[in-house]
Design a protein. Structure first.
Length: 617
């Protein structure tokens, strides 16, 4: 291979999905490439080329535009342009015009050549046949598998996890009897026995799939739907072996044996939940702390926990819930200390978390957003007690590394320390008169959760609020318009992403350009459909299949959100390990070329859902 071909081969090999090809196949691909020089402002495809082809940008810059001249993507060196692979792809991506922003060197290869290679290497055909949402879903499935593989369960005995005794049912019993037994005992599976001899296993999934979905009578014997080739694991094995067995066999329940006899049952949930024990243990230690000084020492462990969870491959959802649970523990302990110092509250109240903590999406040492809702029986002079409480708790949280809210959204602000009826009037005004300030408050206070105290105070306000938002199309329209101000970047440009100057030059703001738009969409879906959930993923899941969101779109949006969250957690862990302050500004150079492609897929999913919301209002 001459020098020029060798250089082209090295370049193509650096681009996913071609980086997985053997050298001889890569050489075949390179020999089939067409090389074109395209002048600035000229359109693709180059003059004289009419057949469907994949274009690869070697040097220069390309813009992909919609029929309305809206920028859909901006491509730089090493980017792939699939708009001319087929008409379906172009329509799917909404691309109408592709033109160069400067003189460019472009490689192209015919779809026939790609199809031939794809027949031998499915990863190639999958990459180009799948849309952005499916590619992202495949990535997140792989991430979840890797999280399992990275588990620390290898050093833990399965005896630490299994549930005993094993619940059994006679093989002659009916399917209905099995369902009743599982319901009454709270189990999701039963071991089927013939006398004392285990002959199979049945799960709630078996009842749904093999009985209900198949139209089988529930009077039939449970042996009709049980799995007979039951896998087991000896109690001497480690938990990792159990997890690998369940993964390989695609099962969620595994009977544990001791000396050949049934000893218990272990589930995937039992094993995965182990990774949250560190957060649980830390919360327990916080509860036992007797002074602010002790709490401050414990708070130093938070960044280390976030690093550990990131190294284990924990999902962003898992990390957020773990960190939020610990922040909740700090808050509860400070409130208990305050009540010991100032005496019991004069009237019932609830300490509220707002924003990311309420959504259970907080990361280490975020700023604090909180409020207090008080029973309507309070007297004006009672506020002195609640002011003391607010100062003690907010100051204590700040001492533990949770900085004061820059926007003063804290219980120390009298405006956010009010009786229930005042809070109700706040929400009524925000919904009925959606001014810019009201919409800003909505982004914070429509995400509330009770941390301590009387939960009914907030729930009463929330239920009344949701009744109003479901009816107010004007409020939802204004909220949608406000939320759509945050747009994901439309493309990478030579590894520079939208931040042209300043401290964070050449970086992407993961929070505001990626995560926040999904959080905003989820909030809109929840308010429009009367969903009381606050967590972003839970909101999307519960909105799936409603007039606001299709089930397929919900799955795609969750994949995009989880991928962006994963990048954010990993980025912050790297910063923490270097002794730097964690932030949300990611340089594309920090991630692989393939991850950049997945990042673009995530942005496409978000933009699609934002466009759908915009067209609705």
């Amino acid at each position: 291979m001459d020098t020029e071909l060798s250089e082209i081969s090295a370049f193509i090999q650096s681009i996913p999905p071609f980086d997985s090809l053997p050298k001889q196949v890569l050489a075949q691909l390179v020999r089939e490439l067409t090389i074109n020089y395209v002048r600035k402002n000229e359109a693709l495809p180059p003059q004289g080329i009419t057949d469907p082809r994949l274009y690869i940008l070697r040097k220069g810059a390309i813009s992909c535009l919609s029929s309305g001249n809206e920028l859909i993507a901006r491509l730089g060196e090493g980017d792939l342009c699939t708009a001319f692979c087929s008409e379906d792809i172009a329509q799917q991506d909404g691309i109408h015009i592709v033109q160069t922003d400067e003189d460019s060197l472009v490689y192209s290869v015919s779809i026939e050549v790609l199809a031939d290679i794809g027949e031998r290497f499915p990863s190639i055909s999958d990459f180009f046949s799948n849309d952005s949402a499916q590619r992202l879903k495949n990535k997140m499935n792989k991430v979840n598998e890797e999280a399992i593989m990275a588990s620390t369960l290898m050093n833990t005995s399965v005896s630490n996890f299994y549930q005993s005794p094993v619940e059994t049912i006679e093989c002659s019993s009916s399917i209905q009897q099995a369902a009743i037994q599982m319901t009454e005992q709270g189990y999701s599976c039963l071991v089927v026995v013939d006398g004392e001899e285990p002959v199979g296993i049945v799960t709630d999934k078996d009842i749904r799939r093999r009985c209900v979905a198949a139209g089988l009578s529930t009077e039939q014997a449970i042996s009709e739907i049980m799995t007979t080739d039951m896998c087991t694991i000896d109690i001497k094995n480690n938990a990792y072996d159990a997890l690998m067995t369940m993964t390989a066999k695609h099962i969620h329940h595994l009977p544990v044996t001791k000396y050949g006899n049934l000893a218990g049952m272990v589930s995937v949930t039992d094993l995965i939940n182990n990774e949250g024990h560190n957060a649980i243990n830390l919360s327990s230690i916080i509860h036992k702390a007797n002074s602010l000084e002790e709490l401050k020492q414990i708070s130093d462990l938070l960044p280390k926990l976030q690093i550990r969870l990131a190294k284990l491959g924990s999902s962003a959802d898992h990390v957020g819930k773990s960190i939020s649970a610990i922040t909740m523990a700090f808050t509860k302990r400070l409130i208990e200390m305050a009540e010991y110092k100032f005496g019991q509250a004069p009237v019932p109240y609830a300490w509220l978390a707002a924003g990311s903590q309420a959504r259970q999406e907080q990361l280490a040492h975020s700023d604090q957003d909180n409020a207090i809702i008080i029973c309507d029986t309070m007297k004006p002079y009672d506020d002195a007690w609640f002011e003391n409480l607010a100062n003690f708790v907010c100051d204590g949280l700040a001492e533990c590394g949770f900085i004061y809210c820059p926007g003063d959204i804290m219980a120390t602000n009298p405006k956010w320390r009010q009786p229930r009826k005042v809070w109700q009037s706040y929400f009524t005004d925000w919904v009925e008169t959606p001014s810019p300030k009201a919409l800003l408050n909505s982004s914070v206070f429509f995400d509330l959760d009770t941390i301590y105290g009387d939960k009914t105070l907030l729930e009463d306000v929330r239920q009344n609020m949701l009744k109003s938002t479901q009816k107010s199309t004007l409020f939802i329209a204004h909220l949608s318009k406000n939320a759509l101000g945050l747009r994901p970047p439309l493309g990478f440009f030579r590894d520079f992403v939208l931040k042209p100057n300043g401290k964070h030059k050449a970086t992407l703001d993961l929070k505001h350009n990626g995560i926040a738009p999904v959080v905003d969409l989820a909030r809109i879906y929840a308010l429009a459909e009367g969903i009381s959930a606050v967590n972003t993923i839970e909101r999307i899941q519960q909105a799936a299949g409603t007039r606001s969101l299709t089930k397929a779109s919900a799955e795609n949006l969750i994949d995009a959100y989880e991928f962006l969250g994963m990048l954010r957690v990993e980025h912050q862990a790297q910063k923490l390990m270097r002794g730097e302050e964690p932030d949300n500004y990611l340089s594309p150079k920090e991630i692989s070329k393939l991850e950049r492609e997945h990042l673009k897929d995530a942005f496409k999913v978000i933009k699609t859902l934002q466009d759908a919301r915009q067209s609705s209002f």
